[in-house]
Design a protein around this ligand. Structure first.
Ligand code: HEC
Length: 425
């Protein structure tokens, strides 16, 4: 063979070798960063499990990762380290973009990583206990549906430590979010409301009578929380579960019966996990304001360690920041979300728990865009206050701490320093 042809052949071979292939280069990225959502029964619209299912979407995938729309992740990378950070490295993004550009070649199936063994249905594994809303809710084809509440008794005869909890919507297409809170025996929260059937709140009813502790939630992009071994949430004997269900209409009728599944602590738990919130419910965002600031803070009075953060605003939410102010006066920024969107409700799980000595204050700063330039804004001419529906606003910095088994909301917070929004989303 002439020398030139050999050189040409070698160049061609190495150019081919540089194309990423599905089995060798792309599938490992999909397994690690995409399949949690993009598999049957999960919220991603198409499964990305194999070549046949992925190839038709090569261009869409390339675009989604190139513009960092996928995977959904909003934390400023300069601040903090998070265990559930699914964001792609620049080299992963390049791999996918190059692969799509090269015509999405399959490559050699022998190069494929082992398939991930996803558990069908429940992400936490098979629950030992499942509580289902006893009556189905019929979702109409159109209109706005006020939040529905359903009280479901646990009938627990002894205090029960829940290691993992997962909330599953029966009808995902119509379910925006679900929050399952606890109502301790003897609590006056929602007193007089019926048990087992959906009801709506009277004005201010949800805010009074010491709302219960947040147990578990389901929302856009949220994955069930995987607590560390030895950590658990306490459900006291005789407690009720309170489901808060937010349905949205989409032109078709639906029917939902949602469930929560539990995996119990089998060894004696070592740490109790409690959801707290720094919330501001007294703001008023002026009409048209493009950058209105709202602050909230809450001080903790027992030793604990911070394990997760969940910023929550509605459609005018623009940015959100969490800070810890320690008793010695120094401040640490914990999470910065520079471009918040209501479309995704993500929790950020700290890679390493952060010790919060007694006297630590968690501070939150939010900015809202109530101008006409905010494409999500339902009405820039309106002054906006705190409220439950999505055209109202919220300003809540949810966070979870792991603490001594004896500590609950009462021990962690000062008397009178309520947790007014612990169950509202
Ligand atoms: C947390 C869950 C989640 C993860 C993780 C995730 N996705 Fe998605 N993805 C979704 C959901 C939900 C939608 C639909 C979004 C919508 O309709 O606004 C979506 C939409 C998409 C779309 C647009 C589909 C279309 O209609 O064209 C693409 C492409 C996509 N995802 C690719 C990926 C890739 C690639 C990854 C991993 C690198 C990934 N996604 C990770 C949940 C996820």
């Amino acid at each position: 063979m002439p020398r030139l042809a050999i050189v040409g052949l070698l160049a061609l071979q190495s150019a081919l070798a540089q194309h990423p292939t599905f089995y060798k280069d792309v599938l490992p990225v999909l397994q690690q960063h995409c399949q949690a959502c993009h598999r049957p029964g999960e919220p991603g619209p198409m499964p990305l499990l194999d070549y046949a299912g992925t190839k038709p979407y090569a261009q869409a995938i390339s675009q989604a990762v190139g513009s960092r729309i996928m995977p959904p992740w909003f934390a400023d990378p300069a601040i903090g380290h998070f265990a559930n950070d699914r964001s792609l490295s620049p080299s992963d993004i390049q791999t996918i973009v190059d692969w799509a550009k090269a015509g999405a070649p399959a490559g050699d199936p022998k190069d494929a990583p082992k398939p991930v063994k996803w558990v069908e249905g429940w992400t936490i594994g098979k629950p030992e206990l499942i509580f289902e809303v006893p009556t189905a809710f019929n979702v109409p084809a159109s209109g706005v549906i006020p939040y529905q509440y359903v009280i479901v008794p646990t009938h627990f005869t002894k205090d029960t430590w829940i290691h993992l909890a997962e909330v599953r919507a029966g009808d995902r297409a119509h379910t925006h979010h679900i929050v399952v809170s606890l109502r301790d025996p003897g609590s006056t929260w929602l007193a007089g409301e019926p048990v087992g059937v959906p009801f709506t709140l009277k004005p201010h009813e949800g805010m009074s009578g010491a709302p219960g502790e947040f147990l578990a939630g389901y929302g856009p992009g949220a994955m069930p929380e995987m607590l560390a071994p030895g950590q658990a949430k306490l459900v006291k004997a005789g407690s009720d579960l309170v489901f808060q269900l937010h349905y949205t209409t989409n032109g078709q009728e639906g029917c939902d019966r949602s469930r929560v599944g539990f995996i119990l602590s089998h060894e004696a738990p070592r740490q109790r996990v409690v959801m707290l919130a720094a919330a501001n419910i007294r703001f008023m965002i002026p009409p048209g304001d493009p950058d209105y600031e709202v602050n909230a803070r809450i001080t903790l009075h027992s030793e604990s360690s911070l394990i997760s953060l969940l910023p929550h605003m509605h459609l005018r939410g623009k940015s959100f920041e969490f800070r810890a102010v320690f008793p010695d006066g120094h401040t640490e920024t914990l999470l910065r979300v520079p471009h918040y969107t209501y479309s995704w409700q993500l929790s950020y799980y700290l890679a390493k728990p952060l010790r919060l000595p007694p006297g630590t204050t968690i501070e939150c700063t939010a900015h809202f865009d109530n101008s006409a330039d905010n494409p999500m804004n339902p009405d820039p001419s309106k002054a906006v206050r705190f409220g439950a529906q999505s055209w109202d606003e919220m300003m809540i910095g949810y966070f979870e701490v792991a603490t001594d088994l004896k500590n609950g909301l009462r021990e962690l917070l000062l008397p009178g320093q309520g947790n007014p929004a612990a169950h509202t989303m």
